[in-house]
Design a binder for this molecule. Structure first.
Ligand code: 2DT
Ligand code: MG
Length: 197
């Protein structure tokens, strides 16, 4: 007998700022898709109902503290707790709307971090430096793609200082020194403002 294959459901991730209207839009989208005859589920992260979710909830409400890395991993673990059931739903033809996912995980954690230096170099300049090496990721396709993604990720990020790494060793190290001195000066200013109350 021939088995009918279920059409796989879609995973629809909705990301954005607090108060952007994500939850309302997710609800409306869910209603709409149901009217169109789709099987739909709407879930959100953090899922505050699980044991890990309860820890996250008390952190967000300010009633408990967590070390920055620990809370980052708890958010991530919270997604792993639910991942299996999302996969099962999608495989059984249910479309799953997700209110926040790993992009929020990356962006909200990065927003708390210290300034970052990104050493940027073009594929051509890099190639002039005597090949890529022999390890798994050291080939032109991968390097070009990774560079593109770094650039897109850092483009609008104010706390990422992009250094042109195509210059000479001394020039690049001067640029890095200046960036770091700026950053230390900023921390100094913030420090004295804090002391003033
Ligand atoms: P809600 O207001 O949408 O419940 O989110 N957050 C969320 C993180 O910092 N990391 C994550 O991985 C996720 C999913 C964004 C509560 C807050 O939790 C933040 C806002
Ligand atoms: Mg919120």
């Amino acid at each position: 007998s021939q088995q009918t294959r279920t059409q796989r459901g879609a995973l629809i991730v909705v990301e954005g700022l607090d108060r952007a209207g994500k939850s309302s839009q997710c609800e409306m989208l869910q209603t709409y898709l149901k009217e169109q005859g789709h099987s739909v589920k709407y879930i959100r992260f953090p899922d505050r109902t699980t044991p890990i979710g309860k820890l996250i909830d008390s952190y967000l409400r300010g009633s408990a503290n967590q070390e920055d890395h620990a809370i980052h991993l708890l958010f991530s673990a919270n997604r792993w707790e639910i991942a299996k059931s999302i996969e099962e739903d999608i495989n059984s033809g249910i479309t799953v709307i997700v209110d926040r996912y790993s992009y929020s995980g990356a962006v909200y954690s990065a927003a708390k971090a210290n300034p970052t230096l990104s050493l940027d170099i073009s594929a051509e300049e890099a190639a002039k430096r005597g090949g890529y090496g022999a390890e798994r990721y050291e080939n032109e396709t991968m390097q070009t793609r990774v560079r593109e993604l770094f650039r897109t990720l850092f483009e609008r990020q104010k706390d990422v200082y992009v250094v042109d790494a195509g210059k000479t060793l001394t020039e690049v190290s001067k640029d890095i020194q200046n960036a770091v001195l700026n950053c230390l000066a900023c921390l100094d200013t913030i420090g004295s403002l804090r002391k003033l109350g």
